[in-house]
Design a protein around this ligand. Structure first.
Ligand code: G6P
Length: 368
């Protein structure tokens, strides 16, 4: 097949801008939009009610999607989740429970370590669910249940739309699990589904931050290191933000749980290193703000990602504040992913790197 860039300069730009549309397709596949419920339970070859534990394995960006899903499964479905990068999971001989579900997440469906993790999980008697963008892939063929992400072909090596479609799929699965396990009332299920239905519109709004981020990227392009901080589901997003920046701009970046700041990275704070604070006005907002205060007190350069309420309550001078629309806390990782991607993209463009084909990286890692 031939995929064109259209009027975009890079595939990555095109794929970032496709997100409202492809996430909308993916959600329509898993949700009953009229009834505001999830659809999927009936087709599954296992029962959420008897599950003891979910084990997730994936690599790279797909691993961070899994890390976000861990928060969802635990909160929404009261299901214990363990997660590991596939290259560790496949060798660490983890004992897996009798009634266990393994979830593997992969855009390509061909990543060698993820495939090996799937095979290990099956051998240990787990049912395997694959969240996959290429339905004809090896991982899809070897799984008990295939949850397609309808992102369409992703060409840019750094994953963008596949990531948010993985999140959309996993969010729907978590709600389905919560319903099946009797954790969610019908009202609460509708509330969560309605929040998901809003995501494509919210993503469109987030994409409008492009010009502001383009300006910000000029200073990012001059830095040697960038730190990303977040709590709860914004923590895995901080990891993803750092990964994106490293991958395509070659600037060293680290993601940290904001609460771990004082256990190490605070030593790095100076007037040169940008600190990206991902802080929607959610249940951990105040905690993240006190960490941001610690950065400010040491003269750190703060770039705050929040909503209007968060911006009003932050009370700290920042180098830049990117204001996102207000939304249900459940869906913030899907929407905050957009400015995270835009920061990496525009910084890389400033640096003049090969955005779609960064050095040393491959789209699909089929060897160990
Ligand atoms: C490579 C790509 C990443 C991707 C990872 C996992 O490292 O550069 O963008 O997240 O592989 O790939 P998968 O196809 O399994 O999602």
């Amino acid at each position: 097949f031939l995929v064109e860039k259209g009027n975009h300069r890079h595939f990555m730009a095109k794929e970032m801008h496709e997100q409202p549309e492809v996430v909308s397709h993916t959600l329509a596949h898993y949700l009953d939009l009229a009834a505001e419920t999830v659809l999927l339970e009936a087709d599954l070859p296992f029962d959420f009610t008897g599950l003891e534990r979910i084990s997730i394995a994936a690599c790279g960006t797909a691993y961070y999607a899994g890390l976000i899903a861990k928060y969802w499964f635990e909160q929404i479905a009261r299901l214990p989740v363990e997660i590991d990068v596939a290259s560790e999971f496949r060798y660490r001989e983890a004992p897996l429970p009798k009634n266990g579900l393994a979830i593997v997440i992969s855009q390509s469906g061909e990543t060698a370590d993820t495939l090996a993790s799937l095979r290990y999980a099956r051998q240990e008697g787990q049912k395997v669910m694959a969240v996959i963008n290429v339905p004809t892939s090896t991982i899809a063929r070897e799984s008990d249940a295939v949850m397609p992400t309808l992102a369409g072909p992703e060409i840019g090596v750094a994953s963008t739309k596949a990531f948010t479609c993985q999140l959309a799929t996993l969010a729907a699965v978590a709600v389905a699990a919560g319903r099946a396990r009797g954790v969610l009332t019908p009202e609460r299920e509708r509330e969560l589904v309605r929040a998901l239905i809003e995501v494509p519109r919210l993503m469109n709004e987030a994409l409008r931050l492009g010009p502001q981020i383009e300006v910000l990227a000029r200073s990012f392009a001059k830095s040697q290191d960038v730190l990303y901080l977040g709590r709860a589901t914004s923590y895995p997003l901080a990891l993803e933000g750092a990964l994106k920046l490293k991958e395509i701009s070659y600037i060293h970046a680290e993601g940290y749980a904001a609460g771990e700041l004082k256990h190490g990275p605070i030593a790095l704070i100076d007037e040169k290193m940008p600190v990206v604070v991902i802080a929607p006005h959610d249940q951990v907002f105040d905690k993240t703000m006190s960490n941001m205060q610690e950065v400010a007190a040491r003269g750190g350069r703060i770039v705050l990602l929040t909503d209007a309420r968060g911006a009003a309550e932050a009370g700290i001078e920042t180098e830049a504040t990117l204001v996102l629309p207000e939304m249900h806390p459940f869906v913030t990782p899907l929407v905050y992913a957009i400015p995270i991607q835009l920061i990496a993209y525009h910084t890389a463009v400033q640096m003049g790197t090969d955005v779609d084909q960064p050095r040393n990286l491959a789209k699909s890692v089929t060897v160990e």
